[in-house]
Ligand binder design. Sequence first.
Ligand SMILES: Nc1nc2c(ncn2[C@@H]2O[C@H](COP(=O)(O)OP(=O)(O)O)[C@@H](O)[C@H]2O)c(=O)[nH]1
Ligand SMILES: [Mg+2]
Length: 315
Amino acid sequence: MDLDAYFAENPMGGYVETDEDFRSGFVTLVGRPNAGKSTLLNAVMGKKIAITSDTAQTTRHRFRAVLTREGFQMIIVDTPGLHKPHDALGEELNTSAIKSLEDVDVVAMLIDASQPIGRGDEWVADQVRSCRTKKLCVLSKIDLVDEAFLDAQREAARKLGPWDAILELSGVTGAGVEGFVEEVASLLPKGPAWFPTDMETDQPLEVMVAEFIREKILRGFHDEVPHAIGVGIEQMEYVRKKDLTRIYAVIYVERDSQKGIIIGRGGDAIKRIGIEARCDLEQLLGTRVFLDLSVKVKKNWRRDANQIRRFGYGE
Ligand SMILES: Nc1nc2c(ncn2[C@@H]2O[C@H](COP(=O)(O)OP(=O)(O)O)[C@@H](O)[C@H]2O)c(=O)[nH]1
Ligand SMILES: [Mg+2]
């Protein structure tokens, strides 16, 4: 096969020219739910790839984002938070996060600097300590704390170590994010790029679309409903003539009462979810979007490991 001709015709397949100083490798983000892992991932990538919210179990599956720059390629693994599991879904999510500690070069443990460091963080640190990788401790959300508090947090974080470095940053303001990228890059082993330069994530598009919709529900409802939902994409088609993507998605809930809440009075709530999701999806896809949302009841899907996998969560 003539590779030059192939790449000329398929610019999507480009690989970087690498020399012997090129570094490449994997960094996994771990920490308690809400530590700011997915927000940091988006800040590093300079665009939204991961969904974020202040609801636990926002991130339900492990996936990778690829950052390629001159001199290095970094594969960032985002994970569900590590926490004490309460149901089959929670257990799957933990397993998924713990697995992500294997076979990587750097583990970055995020700690929300605005919260007291506690048992939950100690438990995560215990998991991290037994890894043979390089280890970073990242104090996140520093925009929410003052200098004195941050000093105390840094001291508490040090005791959870040993760490190769302790960093501080805010995924919201961007402070310290570049420093994080540089630190990780310096810890990566030498070696050629793993992925094409234009590849930004290994999440299938369908999964990203479903996740972007789920995010709007997480952000819109602050009771138990968010935990009970899963989103499935039934059909997705691109109409070239209209530069339009048609998406048919189903929101699964566990009970009729939850279905009522998601739909809202006179369909208000689901209409709002649809409008918000469509905005994000148009950004993601770079086309106009027609979004059809429906709600179905699927009892106990969270207790059934097979169902959980069918929704694309966990391993
Ligand atoms: N103020 C502030 N909020 C943040 C920051 N990083 C994350 N958050 C918020 O914290 C919540 C959890 O963030 P997320 O990235 O989903 O956490 P994850 O569960 O660790 O992936 C969201 O509401 C974010 O907007 C930060 O640097 N500053
Ligand atoms: Mg997350």
